[in-house]
Design a protein around this ligand. Structure first.
Ligand SMILES: *Cc1c(COP(=O)(O)O)cnc(C)c1O
Length: 394
């Protein structure tokens, strides 16, 4: 399908669809690990790449290809490579574009497993990473070395919703010959399109908003055909590919992504405004609030503030941790779990869960205080979410 003249809502429903001989309306799920050839000559032509077509599901699968085409259309990317999880998308990206001796400059506000990947795995292969402030563009410039090959960030960050200026950081990357990769998990292409702002690579954990109902794991790497060639090469050889079943779930997830992102965002804004009015809330972090330090940048770069809200319970309520745990333990509707991007609202205490393994000093430097709570706002009525939190805040 030519995707040029359609709006995102339309692309999300139609892009990438290929029908089989049966003319099915809903996308088919091809549960097959290999594909049959008409004769030996065709098999040979497929294997040496003379003839396009499917060979084996570690290389390609028609359901996975439909998902890749649809997400590529939404991000405005030439090519998308689907992966088994968000983490394998990041692994495929770094294995594709880096080699021993390269240097990475990364935001210090990254998903925990991403930090572990850079510090404990990629480092073993001779790639060093320097962490800098997500919000200070001059710090990215100052961290550049002659061998810097990749800049890596996610925006908004987790859990404090810091906003990195993608266009400004892309300029710094370009000037020093490095690539910029943006983990676009929190915004999805519905709210933010990093490639249009100058990024070279977009990463997704499809597990979150793209599925939208907390069912399956998946990920994606997107960029130019040339840049995706070694990323796909890694995947085809090493094998953390997306399954056909998961691709089918994500195809259906993309169809409602615009509606869900709008609803998550409206609920999150309603909850953030209400939290700002609560006497026992010391501080609210939400890019859609005028009180957010990068509100103007967020409103330029993203369509809405997104679905993630963080807040600090006032310390007059005893120790920060006690006060935060009291709020969490008085909820009945909200799910105490670290997942996000689900229809069901989730609540977490970052200091004792997602950020528990880092030192108290590093946690303080990252702004993750003991009183901090993160909410991934779902699709329930916002008044019910507010009432659920009000009990513990009293
Ligand atoms: C969850 C998440 C990941 C990792 O994705 P998985 O699908 O769990 O492997 C990466 N980045 C961000 C921002 C995430 O929230």
């Amino acid at each position: 399908m030519s995707t040029e003249n359609y709006q995102p809502e339309t692309l999300a429903v139609h892009a990438g669809t290929v029908r089989s001989q049966f003319g099915e309306h809903s996308e088919a799920m091809f549960l097959t690990s290999s594909f049959v050839f008409e004769n030996a000559a065709q098999a040979a032509a497929r294997f040496i790449g003379e003839q396009p077509g499917n060979i084996y599901a570690r290389f390609t699968n028609p359901t996975v290809t439909m998902f890749e085409e649809r997400l590529a259309a939404l991000e405005g990317a030439e090519q998308c490579v689907a992966t088994a999880s968000g983490m394998s998308a990041i692994l495929a990206c770094v294995m594709g574009v880096l080699k021993a001796g390269d240097h990475v400059v990364a935001s210090q506000s990254l998903f925990g497993a991403t930090v572990n990947l850079f510090n404990n795995i990629i480092k073993k292969f001779g790639v060093e990473t320097t962490y800098v402030s997500a919000t200070d563009v001059s710090a990215w410039q100052a961290a550049v070395r002659p061998n810097t090959k990749l800049f890596f960030l996610e925006t908004p960050s987790n859990p404090l919703t810091e906003i990195s200026d993608i266009a400004a950081i892309a300029k710094v990357a370009k000037a020093c010959g490095a690539l910029l990769a943006v983990d676009n998990c929190f915004c999805t292409p519905i709210l933010q399109r990093p490639l249009e702002l100058g990024a070279d690579i977009v990463i997704h954990s499809a597990t979150k908003y793209i599925d939208g109902q907390g069912r399956v794991l998946g990920g994606a790497v997107l960029g130019s055909k040339k840049m995706m060639e070694p990323v796909y090469g890694f995947l085809r050889t090493a094998g953390p590919t997306m399954s056909a079943f998961n691709a089918w779930v994500f195809l259906k997830g993309l169809e409602t992504l615009k509606l869900r992102m709008d609803a998550h965002s409206a609920n999150a804004l309603g909850l953030a405004r209400w939290l700002e009015q609560q006497p026992n809330v010391a501080r609210v972090f939400y890019p859609g609030l005028p009180s957010h330090p990068q509100h103007a940048l967020a409103m330029r770069q993203q369509k809405t503030g997104g679905g993630i809200v963080a807040f600090e319970v006032a310390s007059s309520q005893g120790s920060g941790k006690e006060a935060a745990w009291r709020v969490i333990d008085h909820t009945a509707l909200l799910s105490i779990t670290a997942n996000l991007g689900d229809t069901k609202t989730t609540i977490t205490h970052p200091a004792s869960t997602t950020h528990a393994r880092i030192s108290p000093e590093a946690r303080a430097a990252a702004g993750v205080t003991d009183g901090l709570i993160r909410i991934a706002v779902g699709l329930e009525a916002v008044v019910d979410i507010q009432n659920d939190l009000a009990r513990g805040l009293k």
